[in-house]
Design a protein around this ligand. Structure first.
Ligand SMILES: Cc1ncc(COP(=O)(O)O)c(C=O)c1O
Length: 446
């Protein structure tokens, strides 16, 4: 088959006629045809029939090695038996009560056992809700209204968070003092006035000190999902020190890294403890969830304010989610050997890919840590969000087509995951596919 982009697109259409039919319908029913823009694929998305372990099957019967893992939800692969069994049992007992139930005690106890900074936890429905709740809590506990976040970090899509999620050359401003750029139309100025965007350099510390009188907290992703960039532990330590001295709370957003890199997430890996941490994805065992963990003192102070601190949610802590979540956390507590194993597999994948690209002189590289990885159209490993700029976007898009042609599926934005269900054979097959895909892209450019 020809390596030309058009030939590959045609082949993908031929392989997925049923998905093509559903795509035609979806475009009429949903804005842009997609429930989330992050689900984009070319020539159109595959429609999933079912998933199990490391694999996903589309409705045309094609099987893929799944490197999306539902954007990092499935650390054990799709449908782990221990979680499914608990889910089936709970279905018979009720799906939502709007009343307390025993699973919330088991779930939060397990969460607190694993999370180093946690003495108490609150549960909500998504990662976006978890950061919204954490930021409200930080404001209530300090009586200050602003939250600082770093350029390039994603903390969900609510109005206070979706600022400067990517460094955009048109709008980003100077390196030491990034401009605030909204991630969507429709975000009110009122929200903008509560956010300060920080750079990934020492100027961040000066900005925190200068704004300490109005800053409730500073939020950071210890590993940036956008780019799979690991923040240096020394930077986190300094951030901890500066925020503590300035009387500003520190928030680690571990929605991706929590229970993916270690039971205690980045807190365990770096030894740096935030005041508050947020969770989502993995801890629901496959169902939607968010959680906020912090000290008892912080909640007590927030509750004593004039207005009192509160949050709610019809589905927050529903028995289905907390049953699958508790089953997941129990399994992970009893099987924490999966983490060093995934770390080793991730290193094998990254070293294998990066050494091969370097040996061929191909301008591609892979970043990440443990089971989180991303391929970039760059010879040099990016470290900071602005290092991600200037990539050949056409080459990245073509790479995606080659992945799909080779029956390996990754999110269009390239940030990718594997799970404990991915065997060494799967990892070998992924590496072969990534190499063959880069070779295909380079051949088409020769
Ligand atoms: C670090 C981080 N925080 C928050 C969120 C938002 O989570 P959700 O998509 O569940 O709302 C995400 C989602 O990918 C995330 O990666």
């Amino acid at each position: 088959m020809s390596n030309s982009k058009e030939a590959i697109l045609q082949e993908l259409r031929t392989r997925t006629p049923k998905s093509g039919e559903f795509w035609q319908q979806a475009k009429d029913l949903v804005p842009g045809g997609l429930i989330s823009g992050a689900r984009k694929m070319e020539p159109y998305p595959v429609y999933v029939d079912h998933s199990k372990g490391a694999y996903t099957w589309d409705i045309d019967g094609n099987r893929y090695i799944d490197c999306a893992m539902s954007f990092g939800v499935h650390v054990l692969g799709h449908g782990p038996e221990a979680v499914l069994k608990a889910l089936h049992e709970q279905c018979e007992r009720g799906m939502s009560y709007g009343m307390p139930h025993t699973r919330e005690v088991e779930f939060t106890r397990r969460l607190i056992e694993c999370v180093p900074c946690a003495e108490i936890a609150m549960v909500c429905n998504t990662g976006t809700e978890s950061t919204m709740l954490a930021w409200r809590l930080m404001r209530a506990a300090t009586g200050k209204h602003m939250i600082a976040k770093f350029e390039g970090c994603y903390h969900g899509w609510h109005d206070y968070a979706q600022w400067s999620v990517f460094a955009d050359p048109e709008t980003m401003g100077p390196e030491d003092r990034p401009h605030m750029s909204p991630g969507s139309a429709g975000i009110p100025d009122g929200a903008k006035n509560t956010v300060l965007v920080l750079p990934f350099n020492d100027n961040a510390f000066q900005l925190i000190q200068a704004h300490a009188h109005e800053l409730a907290g500073v939020a950071i992703e210890p590993v940036l999902g956008g780019g799979m960039l690991t923040v240096d532990a020394a930077f986190l330590e300094k951030l901890r020190d500066v925020t503590r001295k300035a009387g500003v709370l520190l928030h680690f957003d571990e929605v991706i890294t929590g229970f993916r890199l270690a039971l205690g997430g980045c807190q365990e890996l770096t030894g740096v403890l935030p005041d508050v941490a947020t969770y989502g994805k993995i801890i629901g065992g496959g169902l939607p969830i968010g959680a906020v963990a912090c000290s008892k003192e912080m909640v007590a102070i927030a509750q004593k304010t004039d207005d009192g601190f509160s949050a709610a949610g019809t589905f927050s802590g529903n028995p289905l989610t907390l049953t699958t979540g508790a089953a997941m956390l129990k399994y992970l507590q009893q099987n924490s050997h999966i983490y060093p194993d995934m770390m080793a597999k991730g290193e094998f994948l990254r070293n294998g890919f990066n050494d091969w690209c370097a040996s061929k002189g191909y301008p591609f590289c892979m970043t990440g840590i443990g089971s989180m990885f991303q391929i970039h159209a760059k010879a040099e490993l990016p470290v900071f969000p602005r290092d991600l700029l200037g990539q050949d976007q056409d080459a990245l898009a073509e790479l995606q087509l080659h992945f799909r042609l080779n029956n390996v599926i990754l999110p269009w934005m390239h940030l990718a995951f594997f799970s404990a269900a991915h065997t060494q054979e799967d990892i070998d097959a992924m590496l072969q596919t990534f190499k063959a895909s880069v070779a295909g892209v380079m051949a088409a450019r020769a």
